[in-house]
Design a protein around this ligand. Structure first.
Ligand code: F6P
Length: 324
């Protein structure tokens, strides 16, 4: 391997820049040429390669977003699109690739490596933390801290007005942002796709819960099948006419901002491990960290989300105990 490429794909996540920096610097350290690909798989298909040197990644470790930009590519889902991407890699003399993203990115990478036998290693970069094979993904720690900071502010005003707030957080298929930030803010209830409490379950909790609390925070993961925080708000208003209810959807603020130190260090470690993995002949998997150890997990296993399902009952019990 002499020439490698790096790209970011799917939803951006704080710490992606730290990961790009680590891949570039590790590549240079091991005497490789590194190219950046703009806008994920879209840029790969269009041949948008840029040379990266040690200076091109200076002063980015602290920046949110991704300097390589990102996209969700429909073309890469097709065989023709992936063929074009492969042709571009050959045209640019690239021998191996590092892709930074989440389950969509790895689904594409998995197809791509098996179709073309092209070496690819993935770095988990998603605020959702919904990949198996790593305790934490790059961006999750920053995102949950953003959520906690926002909900602490909501708690202040909720407390002053004796209000119940329903707060919607991101996580299309996963409730892990909701779970951990919910514990962090002392939420009264958390609704996540893995547990499927339903509005009836929530109503029961509120009926049997303490009545003397002046504020209540209910967290709803975007992916929960109740259909979003506004829906929950409507049903609660009908069932609890005495509650003063407000809804807040946190949205994309969860994806931005300076990465936390945890995310910067995780991304740095993963970036170096990916380059070393490629040099050792690894391919077709994601770098992760479990119990402080770096390990590689095949893409088809990483995208199975199994960690979220295993973890949720323990966390939900914690919420029940702590919200007494
Ligand atoms: O995968 C990260 C994520 O932020 C999800 O939590 C969310 O559902 C989705 O991306 C939103 O994507 P977009 O920014 O493309 O609307």
């Amino acid at each position: 391997i002499k020439n490698i490429a790096v790209l970011t794909s799917g939803g951006d996540a704080p710490g992606m820049n730290a990961a790009i920096r680590a891949v570039v610097r590790a590549g240079i350290y091991y005497d490789l040429n590194v190219s950046g690909v703009l806008r994920g798989y879209e840029g790969l298909i269009n041949g948008d390669f840029i040379p990266m040197d040690r200076k091109s990644v200076a002063n980015i470790i602290q920046r949110g977003g991704t300097i390589l930009k990102t996209a969700r590519s429909d073309d890469f889902r097709t065989k023709e699109g992936r063929q074009k991407a492969y042709d571009q890699l050959i045209l640019h003399n690239i021998d191996a690739m590092v892709v930074i993203g989440g389950d969509g990115t790895f689904t594409g990478a998995n197809l791509f490596t098996s179709e073309f036998n092209f070496p690819v290693i993935g770095l988990p970069g998603t605020i959702d933390n919904d990949l198996a094979g790593t305790d934490f993904t790059i961006g999750y720690d920053t995102a949950i801290n953003t959520v906690v900071n926002a909900i602490d502010k909501i708690r202040d005003t909720a407390e002053s007005h004796d209000r119940l707030f329903i707060v919607e957080v991101m996580g299309r298929d996963s409730g892990l942002i909701a779970l951990r930030s919910g514990i962090g803010v002392g939420a009264e209830a958390i609704m996540i796709p893995e547990a499927n409490m339903g509005v009836e379950g929530l109503i029961k909790r509120l009926e049997y819960g303490r009545k003397d609390k002046s504020s209540k925070i209910i967290i709803v993961a975007e992916g929960d099948e109740v259909g979003g925080a506004f829906n929950v708000g409507e049903v609660l208003k009908e069932n609890f006419p005495n509650y003063d209810i407000r809804v807040s959807v946190l949205g994309h603020i969860q994806r931005g901002g300076k990465p936390s130190c945890m995310d910067r260090v995780l991304a740095s470690r993963f970036g170096v491990a990916a380059v070393e993995g490629l040099l050792e002949g690894r391919s077709g998997g994601m770098v992760g960290q479990i119990n402080k150890e770096i390990l590689f997990t095949p893409f088809d296993h990483a995208i199975k989300h199994i960690d979220a399902e295993e973890v949720s009952p323990v966390w939900l019990k914690l919420v029940e105990i702590l919200s007494l």
